[in-house]
Design a binder for this molecule. Structure first.
Ligand SMILES: NC(=O)c1ccc[n+]([C@@H]2O[C@H](COP(=O)([O-])OP(=O)(O)OC[C@H]3O[C@@H](n4cnc5c(N)ncnc54)[C@H](OP(=O)(O)O)[C@@H]3O)[C@@H](O)[C@H]2O)c1
Length: 347
């Protein structure tokens, strides 16, 4: 392990999954802000040679530790591909390396949160729930929660463009979510620019995180795609139990392939958070284009804030750090618009 660690303001940023749909934006955005300090990393040795990056396999935490020790001057890692366990996060945090994690799986995020004391002891900060959902949904939920004086219930809605070329790892995650059991009822909501839509319960991690970080007893995240027929067909199959077959590897691979080929509709996305307390209600929404790009911009912004600010050591979800509360406004220059919808169901 290196002993002479560079300061956060001088060291390099390793973007793991740096050639993916999200990682490409993280790498190019950070390289503009921190010239010569950004290293993309992925499984391909050829790409690493071609782009001056590093070969890393997230399925091999020991190899990852060796890469960090060999490089010696990495001060932040942006994780843009989901590993199977928390080995990578531990390797970063115990070395005092900041971590930005765009992952959306509850089990993994809970595991990284357990490394809080490891991070705090080494002076490192990890930020979890970074992206559109989780990420912007957490920040909107926090605003709506504060506006009603502490929510008793949160309803989050995510609208994704089925015309966007989502990355393979993101499609794998979504297909796995279709096999999860239903936890709540669908709802009608209004998404700015897209009108009234039915949104269906989906296992995004934010609904679990927010119960804990904000102390809200009830929180549900629901999803719809911009193609109404595709949304209706998928969730009807899911209600009928037919998508449980997705737990079998062959069926899962087939559905992932099908999803990767289907591009119906546009690349617009919207997220909305409604908070309720007695008869009080507050809602915030955001709209934009290309969720992979906006997730990458959000991750780059968080990484830059960690490197240039004074983040509190430990593991935090995005809504727990006041220094990141301005992210929705910071994204305005990238076509992301913040809305204050009126009452429930009104635009
Ligand atoms: N928080 C949010 O709002 C949000 C939004 C979008 C995505 N995500 C999450 O972000 C992750 C990435 O999504 P994406 O759309 O960018 O997917 P993607 O395009 O498939 O990108 C993943 C990248 O990681 C690389 N990779 C795959 N397996 C790897 C391994 N074992 N070791 C090292 N690199 C590996 C892939 O390249 P090779 O296969 O060539 O190695 C690829 O470049 C997903 O887990 C997704 O759930 C979160």
């Amino acid at each position: 392990m290196t002993t002479a660690k560079p300061g956060a303001r001088d060291g390099r940023v390793l973007v793991v999954g740096g050639y993916g749909a999200v990682g490409t934006t993280v790498t190019s955005t950070l390289a503009g802000w921190l010239p010569n300090r950004v290293l993309p990393a992925g499984r391909s040795a050829a790409r690493a040679r071609q782009d001056g990056g590093v070969r890393v396999d997230v399925a091999d935490p020991d190899g990852f530790r060796q890469v960090l020790d060999r490089l010696g001057d990495v001060t932040a890692v942006v994780l843009c591909v989901e590993p199977s366990d928390t080995g990578l996060a531990r390797a970063c945090l115990e070395r005092g390396i900041h971590l930005v994690d765009i992952g959306a799986t509850r089990r993994l995020l809970d595991g990284v949160a357990e490394l809080h004391d490891v991070a705090a002891a080494a002076g490192a900060t990890a930020v979890l729930s970074v992206g559109v959902a989780p990420g912007l949904t957490n920040l909107l939920a926090r605003r709506a929660h504060d506006a009603v004086g502490g929510a008793e219930r949160l309803d989050l809605a995510v609208f994704l463009g089925s015309g966007e070329r989502h990355g393979g790892d993101a499609v794998r995650w979504t297909v796995q979510g279709l096999a999860e059991p239903l936890t709540a009822r669908p709802l009608r909501t209004v998404l700015p620019g897209y009108g009234a839509r039915t949104v269906h319960p989906f296992p995004f991690s934010d609904q679990h995180t927010l119960r804990r970080t904000l102390g809200v007893p009830e929180a549900t995240t629901r999803l719809c795609l911009d193609s109404r027929p595709l949304t209706a067909a998928l969730f009807a199959l899911r209600r009928a139990g037919l998508l449980r077959a997705v737990r079998r590897p062959v069926a899962r691979r087939m559905l992932i392939e099908a999803f990767r080929r289907v591009h119906i509709g546009g690349d617009g996305f919207a997220v909305r958070a409604d908070a309720w307390r007695g008869d009080r209600h507050a809602a915030y929404a955001l709209t934009g284009h290309a969720q992979s790009r906006v997730t990458g911009l959000a991750a780059a912004y968080v990484a830059r804030e960690l490197l240039t600010g004074a983040p509190p050591p430990g593991v935090h979800h995005i809504e727990q750090l006041p220094m990141l509360a301005g992210l929705p406004e910071a994204l305005a220059e990238h076509g992301v618009t913040l809305h204050r919808p009126g009452g429930w169901g009104q635009e």
